[in-house]
Design a protein around this ligand. Structure first.
Ligand code: HEC
Length: 100
């Protein structure tokens, strides 16, 4: 019975451990990305594309492409170059769930 309870607790707990750390993503977004992209970026005419509320898979793919330089932008190649997979996971989780 105890064993069963433990396995159940473990299963319930697992996704939280695996999930992106939205708080860490927020800190990075506020410290770095927001300087150009803003947080909610209301100005569609800005030279910087908005990130809030965008499709997470798209954001993730873009950042990986910038990091691997398969998508070229001098600025973003530099910023994405220093991001780990976990950073990308956290930041995209944060921006994707924001309302623009
Ligand atoms: C110095 C300004 C600057 C900073 C800081 C910056 N970016 Fe960018 N970002 C840009 C520019 C300019 C573009 C458009 C580049 C292009 O034409 O591909 C862009 C494009 C993007 C795109 C592609 C959006 C789209 O619509 O295709 C993503 C995603 C992105 N940035 C994420 C980030 C994240 C996450 C950070 C923080 C780690 C960040 N950026 C920091 C300037 C910046």
């Amino acid at each position: 019975m105890n064993k069963l309870l433990c396995s159940l607790l473990f299963l319930v707990w697992m996704p939280f451990v695996q999930a992106a750390n939205i708080y860490a993503g927020k800190m990075q977004a506020q410290a770095v990305c927001s300087q150009c992209h803003g947080i909610r970026n209301p100005s569609a005419d800005a030279p910087f594309p908005p990130l809030a509320g965008r499709d997470r898979a798209y954001l993730e793919q873009s950042l990986k492409q910038y990091r691997d330089k398969t998508r070229v932008s001098e600025i973003m190649n530099a910023f994405a170059g220093s991001l780990s997979a976990k950073d990308i996971d956290n930041i995209t989780a944060y921006y994707a769930r924001l309302k623009p």
